[in-house]
Ligand binder design. Structure first.
Ligand SMILES: [Zn+2]
Length: 170
C-alpha cells in the first residue's frame, strides 16, 4: 500500500504515445507526448498498480487536462481520478503527487501568491480557477493560497454547489 509515489519522475518528451511505453518503468514515471501541440501525458500509475495512464491534453480529442510545464516541473489540472481499475485520485503540482484520499496538504504558497490572490478577492464568490487564470498561475497555487486566507480569517469558502469559490471576508 505504501508503494505510492510521492512525486513525478519526468522521463522527457516523445512524438507518439507508444514511444512512451518503455520509459514508464516505475510508479510515477511520466512522459509528455508532443506532436505540434501537447497531445497527452503518459504515466505509470503512481499507486504502483502497474497500469499505464494516458491523460489527454488536446481539447480537440475530448475532455482535456491542462498541463503547466515550466521546463523543470509538471503540473496538471484538474485532478486525475481513475474511474476504472485501481480508482486512484491524485493531484500533480510542481511534480509532486498529492493523494486526495490521504488528504495530503499542499505545500505552503509564497507570500507573493497569497497577496496577489487576496487582491483579486471581492465580496462576491469567485472560482479559484478564474483567479489563477487572471494571475497566470497554476490553479493549485491559488487554491492553496485561498485555503491559507480562509485559515487566517481573511477569506471564506463557498459551500455545496459553490465549493471551489472564495470571497473576501468582511
Ligand atoms: Zn493505479
Amino acid at each position: 500500500m505504501n508503494k505510492r509515489a510521492k512525486a513525478i519522475s519526468f522521463k522527457g518528451q516523445v512524438s507518439h504515445r507508444h514511444e512512451a511505453n518503455p520509459l514508464l518503468t516505475e510508479p510515477g514515471a511520466t512522459v509528455l507526448v508532443h506532436r505540434g501541440v501537447d497531445r497527452s501525458v503518459a504515466m505509470a500509475c503512481p499507486d504502483g498498480c502497474g497500469e499505464q495512464l494516458t491523460i489527454n491534453l488536446d481539447s480537440r480529442a475530448g475532455p482535456a487536462w491542462r498541463h503547466y510545464g515550466d521546463g523543470a516541473t509538471v503540473s496538471l489540472f484538474p485532478s486525475v481520478w481513475r474511474d476504472t481499475g485501481c480508482g486512484s485520485h491524485f493531484i500533480v503540482w510542481r511534480s509532486k503527487i498529492y493523494w486526495c484520499d490521504w488528504h495530503d496538504e499542499f505545500e505552503v504558497p509564497s507570500d507573493e501568491v497569497v497577496k496577489r490572490t487576496l487582491e483579486l478577492l471581492t465580496d462576491q464568490l469567485v472560482s479559484y480557477v478564474a483567479i489563477a487564470d487572471q494571475l497566470g498561475l497554476v490553479p493549485w497555487a491559488v487554491l492553496s493560497a485561498c485555503n491559507r486566507l480562509c485559515r487566517s480569517g481573511l477569506a471564506e469558502a463557498g459551500k455545496g454547489k459553490q465549493q471551489g469559490q472564495f470571497r473576501r471576508r468582511s
